[in-house]
Design a protein around this ligand. Structure first.
Ligand code: ADE
Length: 339
């Protein structure tokens, strides 16, 4: 498969809702101020030189707006965006077909770039650097390389795992490598205030703050919760208040600091099964029947951000705050030694 519709994890109407909630102008894109300022300069300079912006790499935990930024750049530069992802580009032919179908000035967005295989990466280097597509036809002594000139384009790659990108690939993002950070609660509240207006909801301010507080400081999650709250109040025929937000999110097993059932399972696994750690990621993953990568990409960043776990060279360790949150006493032998 080559170019695929972007995978938002949702289908039908909900999918359209997600794209409807995306900011379409810089002034609607909230937070990530230093990235925004850098990109605005980069885009303005490229426009003055009538040249597509240089290639960009965005990384950071899922849901913080990497894809949203790529869409916004396409809108702001009046370019077409073609989207694909690391696992979708399996064969050299897949990438060749994507690249040869680009028009001048297009943005090629590749999500999950850490999942591109080595062969694909090697085709990508010259394409990024000098706009050349080198394809080897045939095998053995009769093999020959054909070179195709590509139209000027901008690659925007996104990844949750920058360490897994090869150094040569990382070094080819001339426009810059940007790390997206968690948002503040106030920024999340601003994002969902706008979403609520688009969804024709009229929530009380306290209701928005409650969603923001439980949203893992992540716009995608905040917007998902807003939609679930909308379902809840519609079905229960109640107003959107702080109380109904608490009811709706508690039903989804989201607790008062935004932890999900899986987050709490990770903490109780470290505390109860492995006596607070240190315990290796692979051990936690097999104890919970979860993928290591899912724990590392999806759950751990927020648990670390809240100071509930720390990483040590010998594995993950639960902090005092994690014991307190789960209502466990700190074992005598660990007292005074935990962070
Ligand atoms: N949706 C996702 N990220 C956003 C952001 N930073 N601002 C507004 N809406 C968003």
């Amino acid at each position: 498969m080559s170019i695929e519709p972007e995978n938002t994890g949702e289908t039908g109407t909900e999918r359209y809702l997600d794209s409807a909630l995306r900011p379409t102008r810089w002034d609607e894109y909230i937070g990530q101020e230093h990235i925004k300022q850098n990109l605005q300069i980069l885009l303005a300079a490229a426009k003055e030189r009538s040249h597509p912006p240089e290639h960009l790499l965005f990384y950071g935990p899922p849901g913080l707006g990497k894809t949203t930024l790529a869409h916004l750049i396409a809108k702001e530069t009046g370019s077409q965006m073609k989207a694909s992802s690391g696992p979708a580009i399996e064969k050299v032919g897949d990438l060749a077909s994507i690249l040869t179908n680009l028009s001048a000035g297009d943005i090629l967005f590749i999500d999950e770039a850490h999942r591109l295989n080595k062969m694909i990466e090697e085709i990508l280097y010259p394409a990024m650097e000098s706009g050349m597509l080198n394809i080897i036809i045939g095998k053995g002594p009769g093999a020959r390389t054909i070179q195709i000139d590509l139209p000027p384009f901008t690659l925007i790659a996104a990844t949750t795992r920058i360490a897994l990108l090869s150094a040569p690939l990382r070094s080819r993002f001339g426009g810059g490598t940007f790390r997206l950070e968690f948002y503040t609660e106030e920024e999340i509240a601003r994002i969902i205030r706008r979403s609520a207006t688009l969804l024709q909801m009229d929530p009380q301010e306290e209701a928005l703050m409650e969603i923001a507080h439980r949203s893992r400081l992540t716009p995608r999650i905040a917007n998902q919760y807003l939609k679930r709250v909308r379902d809840y109040v519609q079905v229960k025929k109640v107003p959107i208040s702080q109380k109904t937000v608490v009811e709706a999110l508690s039903l989804l097993e989201i607790d008062e600091i935004g932890l999900s059932a899986v987050d709490r399972k990770i903490l109780s696994c470290i505390i109860e099964t492995f006596h607070g750690g240190p315990v290796g990621l692979s051990t936690i993953a097999s104890a919970l029947s979860e993928e290591e990568a899912t724990i590392e990409d999806v759950y751990e960043p927020y648990l670390m951000r809240l100071g509930l776990i720390t990483r040590t060279p010998r594995g993950r360790v639960a902090t005092e705050r994690a014991y307190e949150h789960l209502g466990h006493d700190i074992p005598k032998e660990a007292q005074g030694t935990l962070l």
